[in-house]
Design a protein around this ligand. Sequence first.
Ligand code: DON
Length: 313
Amino acid sequence: MNNIEQIEKTLTELYQKYLPSSEGHTASYIPELAKADPKKFAIAAVTVDGKSFSIGDKEYLFTLQSVSKPFVYGLALETHGRELVLSKVGVEPTGDAFNSIIELERQSHRPYNPMINSGAIAISSLIKGPNLNNRLQQILNLFQSYSGHAHSIDENVFNSEKKTAHRNRAIANLLLHFDIIDHDIEETLDLYFKQCSILTDTVDLATMAATLANGGIQPVHLNRVLSADHARDILSLMFTCGMYDTAGEWAYTVGLPAKSGVSGGLIAVVPGVMGIAVYSPLINDHGHSVRALNVFRDLAKIHNLSVFSSGVR
Ligand code: DON
């Protein structure tokens, strides 16, 4: 009922509709991200059979930020298996902000899930290697296998986050205190900040999302990036936790597994069908791109994309 041509037409209309929007603000707690050009806006979709559509600033490069989290979680699952990963990071939504420290301290002593910062830092610490470069290379290789090409790091964003990451440093210290991560806190944080500073464009993000939609097989090169079971695990967590303290509202209005990043990227997965990505650096107070939220809410409604829809419309 929904073919890619119909989706393309809707995405083109939604691009035009939200292009004039100036709602939201660039991320200010990482000073380098605050400098982003608020006019940048791109939308891309990639189907599980490798067809793609994109519009706007589709080749403009920005940093992954939290959109990296589900993919690095997948690498940890592939490397260590579920049991070990679950012993370090849970699978429950928090209802708190992405950078909250409250539940970790008050109750759980283990990060609730890998989409919030505490969980993602714990997951980065599971990417083992003889040194930081080796560990980073594993993550860069991972993103290359998803996108089909090599990625580099935005060193300015990395340094900017490293300098101002007082909250993440507090989280890492608590994680050490609770025996979730090892003593090399600064190296683990560096790895996490580097993974957040990997440069990508909107088409890459849609291709990465399409790989998850396709059960772990990259839809263009047809290489298996991760097992179907682990792809499903990631999608479950993106659904329940990917949008943090607005996961409920997102599930209600859009109904798709998703992940946002404070630089302005947002991906959503239509399982078995396609991956969609929107980039616009104007975010709301929950850390989600405002234009992207609007595009996904309208798109899901028009095409009945929620995973809970009956398919009848
Ligand atoms: O740890 C941080 O604060 C950032 N590097 C990533 C946060 C982020 O993208 C939150 N998502 N919307």
